[in-house]
Design a binder for this molecule. Sequence first.
Ligand code: SF4
Length: 229
Amino acid sequence: MTAKILEVFRSIQGEGPYAGTAQVFVRFFECNMHCVWCDTPASIGDTSRKYQDIQGKDLLRQIESLYDGCHSVSITGGEPLLQQDFLRAFCPALKRARKRAYLDTNGTLPDALKEIIKEIDIIAMDIKLPSSTKQRAYWQEHKDFLKIANRKEVFIKAVVSNETSAEDVLKAAKLVAGIDPGILFILQPNYLDMKNGIIEQCAAHQKSCAKILKDVRILPQLHKFLKVR
Ligand code: SF4
């Protein structure tokens, strides 16, 4: 079986509690969402960058050649869970090769997660706030997803832009608190709004979310500052 892969490369994780660790990134093609700020346009239909069809054994070989000293393999996209059939076969192979699987996902495909959760070590789950993404809300999908993800190590990222409503942020915090108030909740300021008072807005959101969650942090995307992929 093959996967549609945009790129495989080694870099530094720029988001969340594992920021700064070395990872091999496997960027899967295509996404089921169209967030306005998406920085991987090839994932959402830009055909100017072509994907490759890669066999599992060849993908593993590429990972092995880049992995020395890495913390884990970032399975990212796009939305990797769209290719759940491939992942169902590939993730056990990754485990047999003694590589940690770090799944970076938009958190909207709970049925697909259920199929591979056993093989995943860490889940970096987005909660997509409709006022940020300009997409429809995915509250129910996120709730179902997080219940499954919480069987493993999971943390939440919510991108905050100048368009983000306080109501959406609080709704996301309540959703997480309803499942487990100890889950790390990260407010990620949109890089494009960094000069527009976004940190002050994040600080206000942090204050209100911290009333119902134990660990709420503001963390920007480190890789944008380091100017790496
Ligand atoms: S979920 Fe991620 S990959 Fe998909 S459109 Fe949104 S930002 Fe882009």
